[in-house]
Design a protein around this ligand. Sequence first.
Ligand code: SF4
Length: 247
Amino acid sequence: MAHARVLDASGRELSPCSQAKALRLVSQGKATLLSEEPLTIRLLRAIPLVETPREAPPLQGKRLLLHICCAPCATYTTRRLREQGAQVTGYWYNPNIHPFSEHERRREALVTYAPTIELPMIWEAAYEMPEFLRRVAGRERFRQRCALCYRMRLERTAQVAASEGFELFTTTLLISPYQDQKLICEIGEGLAQDYGVSFYFENLRRGFAEHHRLAREAGLYQQRYCGCIYSEWEAQDRAAATNPRPV
Ligand code: SF4
């Protein structure tokens, strides 16, 4: 069927209609003929725009405390949580990171980065490495120690979230495919019950590649191992196994 272009009285293009209908509107005095080829009519009245109401993002206006393990992981995660409507505050507490110089390097990267994305921060001043090592002593196996590590960091985050009046807490650890997301979630949910602040879970791993891009773009320091002395040793060991040094 041949169609006609239709404009409203203000000249805004509307959906086309059949040529027969366009000519009928002209003959009824409801439109004027603008051109025959292509057939174009202008209605005598303006058609108001119909606004479709946008759904509010799920975390609209909620105050969320985000535990941050390092600046690169904060890039995509902060952006994503803000897109979800959250008012994000970052929280630094990583007593697992070893040695102290590495802890400071990662902390300083975040000190520099946070203001560039206008991210308010709460900094845990103490370096509680001795307590971390006490907790994992005798339970140093990968995953076993990680469960203790997640708990230590998330528990402090939940405590601070509760005392500072946040509605939600979560962690940048959820972005890494090297972390046990299910376990983080279980621990987070349990702490949410204990401290009366909701744990926010989202599979942030879909942003893993993007977080690398954002970190490179911002020129952030990117570490080569997870954090604890065991993970440093394992990373070196793996490197040595794939790339043995000449004797
Ligand atoms: S490997 Fe990473 S998550 Fe596991 S204990 Fe070490 S620092 Fe913590």
